[in-house]
Design a protein around this ligand. Structure first.
Ligand code: GLU
Length: 508
Protein backbone atom coordinates (compact mmCIF):
# COMPACT_ATOMS: atom_id res chain seq x y z
CA UNK A 1 0.00 0.00 0.00
CA UNK A 2 1.85 3.01 -1.23
CA UNK A 3 -0.57 5.82 -0.45
CA UNK A 4 -1.49 6.69 3.10
CA UNK A 5 -4.40 4.64 4.41
CA UNK A 6 -7.38 6.85 5.20
CA UNK A 7 -10.60 5.36 6.50
CA UNK A 8 -13.72 6.90 7.87
CA UNK A 9 -16.58 6.06 10.16
CA UNK A 10 -19.61 7.77 8.65
CA UNK A 11 -22.65 7.35 10.90
CA UNK A 12 -25.96 9.10 10.39
CA UNK A 13 -27.11 10.90 13.54
CA UNK A 14 -30.50 9.21 13.62
CA UNK A 15 -30.32 8.00 17.21
CA UNK A 16 -27.85 6.44 19.61
CA UNK A 17 -24.98 4.48 18.11
CA UNK A 18 -25.79 0.76 18.10
CA UNK A 19 -23.00 -1.65 19.12
CA UNK A 20 -22.83 -2.79 15.50
CA UNK A 21 -21.86 0.76 14.64
CA UNK A 22 -19.21 0.73 17.34
CA UNK A 23 -17.77 -2.43 15.81
CA UNK A 24 -17.62 -0.74 12.39
CA UNK A 25 -15.80 2.18 14.00
CA UNK A 26 -13.47 -0.22 15.82
CA UNK A 27 -12.49 -2.12 12.65
CA UNK A 28 -11.86 1.18 10.89
CA UNK A 29 -9.75 2.35 13.82
CA UNK A 30 -7.75 -0.89 13.97
CA UNK A 31 -7.15 -0.89 10.23
CA UNK A 32 -6.01 2.74 10.25
CA UNK A 33 -3.64 2.28 13.20
CA UNK A 34 -2.26 -0.96 11.82
CA UNK A 35 -1.26 0.80 8.60
CA UNK A 36 -0.17 4.07 10.18
CA UNK A 37 -3.13 5.78 8.56
CA UNK A 38 -5.89 8.22 9.46
CA UNK A 39 -9.23 7.47 11.03
CA UNK A 40 -11.91 10.05 10.28
CA UNK A 41 -15.35 10.72 11.69
CA UNK A 42 -17.85 12.07 9.19
CA UNK A 43 -21.44 12.82 10.15
CA UNK A 44 -23.87 11.92 7.39
CA UNK A 45 -26.90 14.02 8.22
CA UNK A 46 -28.42 14.60 4.79
CA UNK A 47 -31.67 12.91 5.77
CA UNK A 48 -33.19 15.83 7.67
CA UNK A 49 -36.33 13.92 8.56
CA UNK A 50 -34.37 11.35 10.54
CA UNK A 51 -32.06 13.78 12.33
CA UNK A 52 -32.02 13.29 16.10
CA UNK A 53 -30.81 15.99 18.45
CA UNK A 54 -27.85 14.92 20.55
CA UNK A 55 -26.96 11.89 18.42
CA UNK A 56 -23.74 13.42 17.07
CA UNK A 57 -22.45 14.17 20.55
CA UNK A 58 -23.47 10.68 21.63
CA UNK A 59 -21.38 9.19 18.82
CA UNK A 60 -18.36 11.27 19.80
CA UNK A 61 -18.77 10.44 23.49
CA UNK A 62 -19.14 6.73 22.71
CA UNK A 63 -15.98 6.50 20.64
CA UNK A 64 -14.15 8.38 23.35
CA UNK A 65 -15.34 6.03 26.07
CA UNK A 66 -14.29 3.06 23.94
CA UNK A 67 -10.85 4.58 23.46
CA UNK A 68 -11.08 4.55 19.67
CA UNK A 69 -11.04 8.23 18.89
CA UNK A 70 -10.70 9.54 15.35
CA UNK A 71 -7.71 11.75 14.61
CA UNK A 72 -9.65 13.85 12.10
CA UNK A 73 -13.28 14.74 11.50
CA UNK A 74 -16.39 16.07 13.21
CA UNK A 75 -15.35 17.30 16.63
CA UNK A 76 -11.67 16.75 15.80
CA UNK A 77 -10.98 19.15 12.94
CA UNK A 78 -8.76 18.63 9.93
CA UNK A 79 -7.83 20.16 6.63
CA UNK A 80 -10.52 18.56 4.51
CA UNK A 81 -13.56 19.64 6.52
CA UNK A 82 -16.19 20.49 7.34
CA UNK A 83 -16.92 16.91 8.30
CA UNK A 84 -20.65 17.27 8.85
CA UNK A 85 -22.47 16.87 5.55
CA UNK A 86 -25.18 19.44 6.22
CA UNK A 87 -22.39 22.02 6.56
CA UNK A 88 -21.12 20.99 3.12
CA UNK A 89 -24.52 21.23 1.45
CA UNK A 90 -23.54 23.74 -1.26
CA UNK A 91 -20.60 21.61 -2.38
CA UNK A 92 -22.64 18.79 -3.88
CA UNK A 93 -24.82 20.52 -6.48
CA UNK A 94 -21.95 21.14 -8.94
CA UNK A 95 -21.00 17.47 -8.77
CA UNK A 96 -24.54 16.41 -9.54
CA UNK A 97 -24.60 18.89 -12.41
CA UNK A 98 -21.31 17.49 -13.68
CA UNK A 99 -22.98 14.09 -14.00
CA UNK A 100 -25.96 15.60 -15.80
CA UNK A 101 -23.59 17.34 -18.24
CA UNK A 102 -21.65 14.15 -18.88
CA UNK A 103 -24.85 12.17 -19.47
CA UNK A 104 -24.58 9.99 -16.37
CA UNK A 105 -27.49 11.64 -14.60
CA UNK A 106 -30.60 13.61 -15.50
CA UNK A 107 -33.07 16.10 -14.11
CA UNK A 108 -36.48 14.78 -13.07
CA UNK A 109 -39.54 16.91 -12.31
CA UNK A 110 -41.92 14.22 -11.07
CA UNK A 111 -43.47 15.24 -7.78
CA UNK A 112 -43.83 12.90 -4.82
CA UNK A 113 -47.59 12.71 -5.51
CA UNK A 114 -47.02 11.80 -9.14
CA UNK A 115 -44.60 9.07 -8.15
CA UNK A 116 -47.03 7.68 -5.60
CA UNK A 117 -49.75 7.64 -8.24
CA UNK A 118 -47.46 5.82 -10.62
CA UNK A 119 -46.70 3.18 -8.02
CA UNK A 120 -50.37 2.73 -7.19
CA UNK A 121 -51.29 2.31 -10.83
CA UNK A 122 -48.53 -0.24 -11.33
CA UNK A 123 -49.71 -2.14 -8.29
CA UNK A 124 -53.25 -2.27 -9.69
CA UNK A 125 -51.80 -3.71 -12.84
CA UNK A 126 -50.11 -6.43 -10.84
CA UNK A 127 -46.62 -4.84 -10.74
CA UNK A 128 -45.95 -4.24 -7.04
CA UNK A 129 -42.32 -3.16 -7.38
CA UNK A 130 -42.49 -0.28 -9.78
CA UNK A 131 -39.14 1.45 -10.22
CA UNK A 132 -37.87 4.59 -11.83
CA UNK A 133 -35.36 2.96 -14.20
CA UNK A 134 -34.11 2.56 -17.74
CA UNK A 135 -37.44 1.11 -18.82
CA UNK A 136 -39.82 3.54 -17.13
CA UNK A 137 -37.87 6.79 -17.27
CA UNK A 138 -38.95 7.62 -20.81
CA UNK A 139 -42.56 7.84 -19.68
CA UNK A 140 -41.77 10.14 -16.76
CA UNK A 141 -41.17 13.90 -16.63
CA UNK A 142 -37.45 14.37 -16.96
CA UNK A 143 -34.69 15.80 -19.08
CA UNK A 144 -34.61 12.60 -21.11
CA UNK A 145 -38.30 12.53 -22.01
CA UNK A 146 -38.89 16.31 -22.25
CA UNK A 147 -37.44 18.73 -24.79
CA UNK A 148 -34.49 20.90 -23.84
CA UNK A 149 -36.71 24.01 -24.05
CA UNK A 150 -39.33 22.48 -21.78
CA UNK A 151 -36.67 21.56 -19.21
CA UNK A 152 -35.21 25.07 -19.26
CA UNK A 153 -38.66 26.59 -19.01
CA UNK A 154 -39.52 24.49 -15.98
CA UNK A 155 -36.26 25.31 -14.23
CA UNK A 156 -36.67 29.03 -14.97
CA UNK A 157 -40.23 28.88 -13.61
CA UNK A 158 -38.82 27.49 -10.36
CA UNK A 159 -40.24 23.97 -10.68
CA UNK A 160 -38.73 21.65 -8.10
CA UNK A 161 -36.56 18.90 -9.46
CA UNK A 162 -34.31 16.06 -8.43
CA UNK A 163 -31.21 14.77 -10.14
CA UNK A 164 -31.28 11.04 -10.77
CA UNK A 165 -28.60 8.58 -11.72
CA UNK A 166 -29.06 7.31 -15.26
CA UNK A 167 -28.52 3.66 -14.58
CA UNK A 168 -27.19 1.99 -17.73
CA UNK A 169 -29.21 -0.81 -19.26
CA UNK A 170 -28.01 -4.39 -18.92
CA UNK A 171 -24.46 -3.82 -17.80
CA UNK A 172 -22.51 -5.92 -15.35
CA UNK A 173 -21.00 -3.93 -12.47
CA UNK A 174 -18.11 -5.73 -10.84
CA UNK A 175 -15.93 -4.89 -7.90
CA UNK A 176 -13.77 -6.81 -5.50
CA UNK A 177 -14.71 -6.66 -1.84
CA UNK A 178 -11.86 -7.45 0.56
CA UNK A 179 -14.14 -9.64 2.67
CA UNK A 180 -16.56 -11.01 0.09
CA UNK A 181 -14.42 -11.36 -2.99
CA UNK A 182 -15.86 -10.49 -6.37
CA UNK A 183 -19.32 -8.98 -6.36
CA UNK A 184 -21.17 -8.69 -9.62
CA UNK A 185 -24.56 -7.06 -10.20
CA UNK A 186 -26.52 -6.45 -13.39
CA UNK A 187 -27.72 -2.86 -13.74
CA UNK A 188 -31.16 -4.10 -14.80
CA UNK A 189 -31.68 -4.87 -11.12
CA UNK A 190 -30.92 -1.31 -10.07
CA UNK A 191 -33.08 1.79 -10.24
CA UNK A 192 -32.33 5.40 -11.09
CA UNK A 193 -31.50 6.55 -7.56
CA UNK A 194 -31.98 10.19 -6.62
CA UNK A 195 -28.62 11.92 -6.15
CA UNK A 196 -29.78 15.44 -5.40
CA UNK A 197 -33.05 16.28 -3.70
CA UNK A 198 -35.24 19.33 -4.40
CA UNK A 199 -33.64 22.25 -2.59
CA UNK A 200 -30.13 21.01 -3.31
CA UNK A 201 -29.59 18.58 -0.45
CA UNK A 202 -27.71 15.52 -1.71
CA UNK A 203 -28.87 12.01 -0.91
CA UNK A 204 -26.63 9.66 1.04
CA UNK A 205 -25.24 8.14 -2.16
CA UNK A 206 -23.97 11.32 -3.76
CA UNK A 207 -22.69 12.91 -0.57
CA UNK A 208 -20.97 9.70 0.47
CA UNK A 209 -19.05 9.32 -2.80
CA UNK A 210 -18.15 12.99 -3.18
CA UNK A 211 -16.92 13.15 0.40
CA UNK A 212 -15.00 9.89 0.28
CA UNK A 213 -13.26 11.25 -2.80
CA UNK A 214 -12.59 14.74 -1.42
CA UNK A 215 -11.47 13.34 1.93
CA UNK A 216 -9.10 10.97 0.14
CA UNK A 217 -10.58 7.81 1.62
CA UNK A 218 -8.67 4.72 0.52
CA UNK A 219 -10.79 1.98 2.13
CA UNK A 220 -14.52 1.91 2.79
CA UNK A 221 -15.14 -0.41 5.73
CA UNK A 222 -18.83 -0.55 6.64
CA UNK A 223 -21.72 -2.83 7.52
CA UNK A 224 -23.17 -5.43 5.18
CA UNK A 225 -26.41 -3.45 4.93
CA UNK A 226 -24.56 -1.11 2.55
CA UNK A 227 -23.54 -3.84 0.14
CA UNK A 228 -26.63 -3.31 -2.07
CA UNK A 229 -25.60 0.35 -2.47
CA UNK A 230 -22.04 -0.47 -3.45
CA UNK A 231 -22.71 -1.12 -7.19
CA UNK A 232 -24.24 2.36 -7.51
CA UNK A 233 -21.27 3.80 -5.65
CA UNK A 234 -18.83 2.03 -7.93
CA UNK A 235 -20.70 3.38 -10.93
CA UNK A 236 -20.56 6.90 -9.49
CA UNK A 237 -16.78 6.70 -9.06
CA UNK A 238 -16.47 5.57 -12.65
CA UNK A 239 -18.84 8.29 -13.89
CA UNK A 240 -16.75 10.97 -12.15
CA UNK A 241 -13.59 9.36 -13.41
CA UNK A 242 -12.31 8.97 -9.85
CA UNK A 243 -10.31 6.10 -8.49
CA UNK A 244 -12.50 3.71 -6.49
CA UNK A 245 -11.59 3.07 -2.86
CA UNK A 246 -11.33 -0.54 -1.76
CA UNK A 247 -14.47 -1.93 -0.17
CA UNK A 248 -14.89 -4.19 2.84
CA UNK A 249 -18.44 -5.01 3.91
CA UNK A 250 -18.58 -6.40 7.45
CA UNK A 251 -20.85 -9.30 8.43
CA UNK A 252 -24.04 -8.66 10.36
CA UNK A 253 -24.19 -9.03 14.12
CA UNK A 254 -26.88 -11.60 14.82
CA UNK A 255 -29.19 -11.80 17.81
CA UNK A 256 -28.29 -14.35 20.52
CA UNK A 257 -31.35 -16.48 19.78
CA UNK A 258 -32.54 -17.20 16.30
CA UNK A 259 -31.38 -15.58 13.11
CA UNK A 260 -31.66 -11.99 12.15
CA UNK A 261 -29.89 -8.81 12.93
CA UNK A 262 -29.40 -7.78 16.54
CA UNK A 263 -31.80 -4.97 17.27
CA UNK A 264 -32.46 -2.72 20.20
CA UNK A 265 -35.61 -4.71 20.91
CA UNK A 266 -33.49 -7.85 21.47
CA UNK A 267 -31.63 -5.99 24.18
CA UNK A 268 -34.85 -5.01 25.95
CA UNK A 269 -36.23 -8.50 25.56
CA UNK A 270 -33.19 -10.42 26.77
CA UNK A 271 -31.89 -7.88 29.26
CA UNK A 272 -28.56 -6.67 27.92
CA UNK A 273 -27.43 -3.30 26.56
CA UNK A 274 -27.21 -2.76 22.82
CA UNK A 275 -25.69 0.72 23.14
CA UNK A 276 -22.33 1.81 24.50
CA UNK A 277 -23.75 4.57 26.73
CA UNK A 278 -27.14 5.27 28.26
CA UNK A 279 -29.48 7.09 25.92
CA UNK A 280 -32.73 8.78 26.81
CA UNK A 281 -35.15 9.42 23.97
CA UNK A 282 -37.04 12.69 23.63
CA UNK A 283 -40.04 10.81 25.05
CA UNK A 284 -38.02 10.04 28.16
CA UNK A 285 -37.46 6.36 27.39
CA UNK A 286 -34.11 5.06 28.62
CA UNK A 287 -31.93 2.61 26.69
CA UNK A 288 -29.17 1.24 28.83
CA UNK A 289 -25.51 1.45 27.91
CA UNK A 290 -22.52 -0.79 28.56
CA UNK A 291 -20.74 1.95 30.46
CA UNK A 292 -23.53 2.48 32.96
CA UNK A 293 -24.15 -1.27 33.23
CA UNK A 294 -20.65 -1.54 34.66
CA UNK A 295 -18.61 -2.78 31.72
CA UNK A 296 -14.99 -1.89 31.19
CA UNK A 297 -14.54 -0.19 27.82
CA UNK A 298 -11.67 -2.61 27.10
CA UNK A 299 -13.92 -5.63 27.70
CA UNK A 300 -16.65 -4.21 25.49
CA UNK A 301 -14.20 -3.50 22.67
CA UNK A 302 -12.48 -6.85 23.08
CA UNK A 303 -15.82 -8.63 22.75
CA UNK A 304 -16.78 -6.56 19.70
CA UNK A 305 -13.44 -7.18 18.06
CA UNK A 306 -14.08 -10.93 18.06
CA UNK A 307 -17.60 -10.51 16.70
CA UNK A 308 -16.72 -11.13 13.07
CA UNK A 309 -12.93 -11.24 13.24
CA UNK A 310 -10.67 -13.96 14.63
CA UNK A 311 -6.93 -14.01 15.22
CA UNK A 312 -6.50 -17.50 13.73
CA UNK A 313 -5.96 -19.17 17.11
CA UNK A 314 -7.78 -19.50 20.43
CA UNK A 315 -6.55 -16.27 21.95
CA UNK A 316 -9.39 -14.13 23.24
CA UNK A 317 -8.05 -11.37 25.45
CA UNK A 318 -6.37 -8.47 23.69
CA UNK A 319 -5.40 -4.97 24.64
CA UNK A 320 -6.20 -2.34 22.07
CA UNK A 321 -2.55 -2.29 20.98
CA UNK A 322 -2.58 -6.06 20.52
CA UNK A 323 -5.77 -5.80 18.45
CA UNK A 324 -4.08 -3.21 16.24
CA UNK A 325 -1.11 -5.49 15.87
CA UNK A 326 -3.09 -8.60 14.96
CA UNK A 327 -6.05 -7.17 13.04
CA UNK A 328 -6.53 -7.78 9.35
CA UNK A 329 -9.60 -7.48 7.12
CA UNK A 330 -8.71 -10.82 5.54
CA UNK A 331 -9.57 -12.52 8.81
CA UNK A 332 -13.04 -10.96 8.98
CA UNK A 333 -15.68 -13.58 8.20
CA UNK A 334 -18.43 -13.35 5.61
CA UNK A 335 -21.22 -14.87 7.65
CA UNK A 336 -23.09 -13.21 10.48
CA UNK A 337 -21.53 -13.22 13.94
CA UNK A 338 -23.76 -14.23 16.81
CA UNK A 339 -23.74 -11.92 19.80
CA UNK A 340 -23.44 -13.68 23.15
CA UNK A 341 -24.34 -11.61 26.23
CA UNK A 342 -22.95 -14.25 28.63
CA UNK A 343 -19.62 -14.20 26.86
CA UNK A 344 -19.66 -10.43 27.13
CA UNK A 345 -19.95 -10.77 30.91
CA UNK A 346 -17.09 -13.25 30.83
CA UNK A 347 -14.91 -10.67 29.10
CA UNK A 348 -15.78 -8.17 31.79
CA UNK A 349 -14.87 -10.65 34.48
CA UNK A 350 -11.48 -11.23 32.86
CA UNK A 351 -10.84 -7.49 32.64
CA UNK A 352 -11.91 -6.97 36.23
CA UNK A 353 -9.54 -9.68 37.42
CA UNK A 354 -6.61 -8.26 35.57
CA UNK A 355 -7.19 -4.70 36.76
CA UNK A 356 -4.86 -3.59 39.58
CA UNK A 357 -6.49 -3.54 43.01
CA UNK A 358 -5.68 0.14 43.56
CA UNK A 359 -7.32 1.01 40.27
CA UNK A 360 -10.41 -0.98 41.20
CA UNK A 361 -10.42 0.76 44.58
CA UNK A 362 -10.59 4.17 42.88
CA UNK A 363 -13.67 2.97 41.00
CA UNK A 364 -15.29 1.50 44.10
CA UNK A 365 -14.70 4.54 46.31
CA UNK A 366 -17.42 6.79 44.81
CA UNK A 367 -19.89 3.90 45.10
CA UNK A 368 -19.61 3.52 48.88
CA UNK A 369 -20.45 5.64 51.90
CA UNK A 370 -17.90 6.24 54.61
CA UNK A 371 -14.34 7.35 54.76
CA UNK A 372 -12.34 4.30 53.70
CA UNK A 373 -8.74 4.52 52.59
CA UNK A 374 -7.66 3.39 49.14
CA UNK A 375 -5.32 0.69 50.57
CA UNK A 376 -8.24 -0.70 52.59
CA UNK A 377 -10.62 -0.73 49.60
CA UNK A 378 -7.84 -2.21 47.44
CA UNK A 379 -7.52 -5.06 49.93
CA UNK A 380 -11.26 -5.67 49.70
CA UNK A 381 -11.01 -5.66 45.90
CA UNK A 382 -8.21 -8.19 46.05
CA UNK A 383 -10.42 -10.53 48.09
CA UNK A 384 -13.61 -10.00 46.10
CA UNK A 385 -12.44 -9.72 42.50
CA UNK A 386 -12.29 -13.46 41.78
CA UNK A 387 -16.02 -13.74 42.37
CA UNK A 388 -17.06 -10.50 40.70
CA UNK A 389 -18.19 -9.77 37.17
CA UNK A 390 -18.83 -6.07 37.73
CA UNK A 391 -17.41 -3.50 40.12
CA UNK A 392 -20.88 -3.32 41.65
CA UNK A 393 -20.53 -6.98 42.68
CA UNK A 394 -17.57 -5.99 44.86
CA UNK A 395 -19.67 -3.30 46.49
CA UNK A 396 -22.82 -5.41 46.90
CA UNK A 397 -21.30 -8.75 47.86
CA UNK A 398 -18.69 -7.07 50.03
CA UNK A 399 -21.10 -4.76 51.85
CA UNK A 400 -19.85 -5.99 55.23
CA UNK A 401 -16.48 -4.38 54.55
CA UNK A 402 -18.07 -0.95 54.32
CA UNK A 403 -21.00 -1.05 56.70
CA UNK A 404 -22.15 -2.85 59.82
CA UNK A 405 -23.87 -6.19 59.55
CA UNK A 406 -27.56 -5.59 60.01
CA UNK A 407 -29.06 -8.71 58.48
CA UNK A 408 -28.15 -12.37 58.49
CA UNK A 409 -28.61 -14.82 55.66
CA UNK A 410 -31.83 -16.70 56.25
CA UNK A 411 -30.75 -20.07 54.88
CA UNK A 412 -27.52 -20.12 56.88
CA UNK A 413 -29.38 -19.22 60.08
CA UNK A 414 -31.85 -22.03 59.48
CA UNK A 415 -29.44 -24.73 58.37
CA UNK A 416 -26.08 -23.94 59.92
CA UNK A 417 -26.85 -22.28 63.26
CA UNK A 418 -27.12 -25.35 65.48
CA UNK A 419 -27.84 -25.71 69.15
CA UNK A 420 -24.16 -25.79 70.08
CA UNK A 421 -23.12 -22.97 67.74
CA UNK A 422 -23.52 -20.14 70.30
CA UNK A 423 -21.16 -21.93 72.71
CA UNK A 424 -18.70 -22.66 69.94
CA UNK A 425 -18.77 -18.99 68.93
CA UNK A 426 -18.11 -17.88 72.53
CA UNK A 427 -15.11 -20.19 72.62
CA UNK A 428 -13.87 -18.95 69.27
CA UNK A 429 -14.14 -15.36 70.50
CA UNK A 430 -11.79 -16.16 73.42
CA UNK A 431 -9.36 -17.87 71.06
CA UNK A 432 -9.32 -14.89 68.71
CA UNK A 433 -9.02 -12.43 71.57
CA UNK A 434 -5.70 -13.99 72.48
CA UNK A 435 -4.14 -13.18 69.10
CA UNK A 436 -1.93 -10.12 69.35
CA UNK A 437 -0.94 -9.83 65.71
CA UNK A 438 -4.24 -10.25 63.85
CA UNK A 439 -2.93 -11.50 60.49
CA UNK A 440 -4.46 -14.00 58.06
CA UNK A 441 -1.84 -16.61 59.01
CA UNK A 442 -2.22 -16.17 62.76
CA UNK A 443 -6.01 -16.29 62.61
CA UNK A 444 -5.87 -19.43 60.49
CA UNK A 445 -3.38 -21.05 62.86
CA UNK A 446 -5.50 -20.35 65.94
CA UNK A 447 -8.68 -21.44 64.18
CA UNK A 448 -7.18 -24.76 63.04
CA UNK A 449 -5.68 -25.43 66.46
CA UNK A 450 -9.08 -24.78 68.00
CA UNK A 451 -10.80 -27.27 65.65
CA UNK A 452 -8.18 -29.85 66.41
CA UNK A 453 -8.34 -29.34 70.14
CA UNK A 454 -12.11 -29.80 70.12
CA UNK A 455 -12.21 -32.49 67.46
CA UNK A 456 -14.51 -30.31 65.29
CA UNK A 457 -14.83 -30.33 61.57
CA UNK A 458 -14.88 -27.07 59.64
CA UNK A 459 -18.65 -27.33 59.28
CA UNK A 460 -19.15 -27.06 63.05
CA UNK A 461 -17.48 -23.70 63.26
CA UNK A 462 -16.97 -22.05 59.85
CA UNK A 463 -20.55 -21.16 58.81
CA UNK A 464 -21.44 -19.61 62.17
CA UNK A 465 -18.20 -17.67 62.22
CA UNK A 466 -18.89 -16.28 58.73
CA UNK A 467 -22.50 -15.50 59.55
CA UNK A 468 -21.56 -13.40 62.59
CA UNK A 469 -18.76 -11.48 60.90
CA UNK A 470 -20.34 -10.93 57.47
CA UNK A 471 -24.05 -11.71 57.77
CA UNK A 472 -23.70 -13.92 54.74
CA UNK A 473 -23.32 -17.60 53.89
CA UNK A 474 -20.46 -17.35 51.47
CA UNK A 475 -17.54 -15.23 50.38
CA UNK A 476 -13.74 -15.22 50.35
CA UNK A 477 -11.57 -16.79 53.03
CA UNK A 478 -12.71 -15.89 56.56
CA UNK A 479 -9.11 -15.45 57.68
CA UNK A 480 -8.55 -12.81 55.01
CA UNK A 481 -11.83 -11.12 55.79
CA UNK A 482 -11.00 -10.97 59.52
CA UNK A 483 -7.48 -9.68 58.96
CA UNK A 484 -8.88 -6.97 56.68
CA UNK A 485 -11.64 -5.91 59.07
CA UNK A 486 -9.32 -5.95 62.08
CA UNK A 487 -9.57 -7.62 65.46
CA UNK A 488 -11.75 -5.06 67.16
CA UNK A 489 -14.46 -5.08 64.49
CA UNK A 490 -14.49 -8.87 64.21
CA UNK A 491 -14.89 -9.44 67.94
CA UNK A 492 -17.47 -6.71 68.27
CA UNK A 493 -19.57 -8.24 65.47
CA UNK A 494 -19.27 -11.73 66.90
CA UNK A 495 -20.27 -10.70 70.41
CA UNK A 496 -23.18 -8.60 69.24
CA UNK A 497 -24.34 -11.12 66.66
CA UNK A 498 -24.75 -14.21 68.82
CA UNK A 499 -27.87 -12.94 70.59
CA UNK A 500 -29.42 -11.55 67.43
CA UNK A 501 -28.94 -14.78 65.49
CA UNK A 502 -30.24 -16.82 68.46
CA UNK A 503 -33.39 -14.76 68.31
CA UNK A 504 -33.71 -15.10 64.54
CA UNK A 505 -33.30 -18.83 64.92
CA UNK A 506 -36.00 -18.99 67.59
CA UNK A 507 -38.53 -17.19 65.39
CA UNK A 508 -37.54 -18.91 62.16
N1 GLU B 1 -24.23 7.00 6.75
C1 GLU B 1 -24.11 5.59 6.57
C2 GLU B 1 -24.51 4.95 7.88
O1 GLU B 1 -25.29 5.50 8.59
C3 GLU B 1 -22.69 5.27 6.21
C4 GLU B 1 -22.50 4.10 5.33
C5 GLU B 1 -21.09 4.10 4.80
O2 GLU B 1 -20.18 3.92 5.59
O3 GLU B 1 -20.94 4.33 3.62
O4 GLU B 1 -24.08 3.88 8.26
Amino acid sequence: MAEKVRVRFAPSPTGPLHMGGVRTALYNYLFAKKHGGDFLLRIEDTDEKRFVEGAQQYIIDSLKWCGIEPNEGAGYGGELGPYVQSERKTMYQPYAQQLVDSGHAYIAFDTAEELDKMRDQAKEMGLPNWQYNSVTRSSMKNSISLSKEEVEKRIAAGDEYTIRMKMPRNEEIKFEDIIRGWVSVNTNNLDDKILLKPGGMPTYHLANIVDDHLMQITHVIRGEEWLPSAPLHVLLYDAFGWERPQFAHLPLILRPDGNGKLSKRDGDRLGFPVFPLNWTTSEGELYSGYKEAGYFPGAFINMLCLLGWNPGNNEEIFTLDEMVDKFSLERVGKSGARFDPEKTKWFNQQYLRSTANEELAEMVKPMINGDFSIPYIAKVCELMKERATFISDIVNDGQYFFSEVTSYDDGTVKKKWKEDTPTIMEELISELEAISDFTTENIEKVFSAYLEKKGYGFGNVGPGFRLLVTGSGMGPSMFDICATLGKEKVLERMKKGIDIVNQLKATA
